[in-house]
Design a protein. Sequence first.
Length: 457
Amino acid sequence: MLTFSCGAEAPPPSILLFVIDTTRADDPALGESRLETTPYWRRLGEEGLVYSRSISQAPWTLPAHASMLTGLLPSQHGVGWVSTRAEDALVTVTERLAEAGYETLAVAENPWLTPTFNLLQGFDQNFFIRQKGLTAEEAVAEWLENRPAGAPFFVFVNVVDPHAPYQGHEACRLPDRLALDEARALNPGTHPELCVPADPAELEVMRTLHQCDLTLADEKLRRIHGLLLEQAPELISIVTSDHGEHFGEHQLMSHQFSVRNELLAVPLVVHGLAGIDPARIDAWVGTSDLAPSILEWAGASPLPGQEGRTLPTRPEEGRERAVVSEYADYVSLEASTGMGRRLLAAGRGLRSDCGPDQPVFGSMRSVIRYPHKAIQYSEYDAELFDLSKDPGETRNIAEENRSLLEELLALLPEAGRVPNPSPELPSEPAPEILESLRALGYLEAEESDPSKTNGKE
């Protein structure tokens, strides 16, 4: 339990977990001198802790959030393409906080973060923006007006502004004085070509649109953080992302079929920890570390079997650490329901231009023990990279370093939970869930309205 300096027991802190979907570690300005896309996020970093080497445990939304909320690896919690609905037996950070007396709220713009997929166990209330007809800020404000006074709270917010299809906005400064509608016309949307070299000029436009979308998310962070501070001045705030995005690296786009660091390296800032000086933390950490850290700060009971560890809070802490990430493929599965068939069709379609020598098929796991990173594939030979010399993972040094490769692969834990091998759900999702998944590119268009290019709020 946290204590005041005089020794008196402090009340449990209220906590905000704010996830800006689809954001790379090099997207927001959190210390380096670059384009000021995220001024509020930067301010929180200057006043708090910036984790410069934060790694997501999965390269897409559902398993990445499951790892944040359970402290487990994807192969341990079993949530992902292979089994899209979380098991009831999973214990989440939210359930532990509820047991400790916290009021809990989830606000999501991404349809994967809805009760349909069962990751919101323990939340008193949840708002899926598309269903409720509210903005994320309005949902938080409405909940604050009606919640009991005095109790600590845990608020989880997911916003999808930087997710494809990238839209930009009128203030967006585009390359070559391109008009916004012209830039959007170059946008590959949510069904990009994979394994095909992309046009550098078009990539620059897409990256700029993505950066402009990030400014919209930063403004939502500013407004929601301000609302919560009014009721909880001692608020602890965590701002991060679930995964990054490919922009032509390795001939890939979007954020699947890879455990490269363009997808795994995500920004992470923690603001408001009492008694902790602002600092840049260069230790390697995982987003699965969020759950045990939140519970420790709240004085709540730990989670069973958690893989994550508590985040270091001082620069000298926690430098030696191996971090594991995983991607479970699903194209070989069989599905009988409409939802399962749609998922499999979309996954096969996205890789239709990929050849057998391009490592985008099958399951894959990575382990980083800096400066080296190893990738284990189910369908290809393992790879090894020296991130200190080759941060883009372009030169595989496995052949000349076999013993080192085997040493790193031995750090991969055995898979724990074996999910039901089918992407089925107990029932067909609500129409607004399906339409949102189509708008974000997870399902094929089917009967969706072609005039709708954006499911983002």
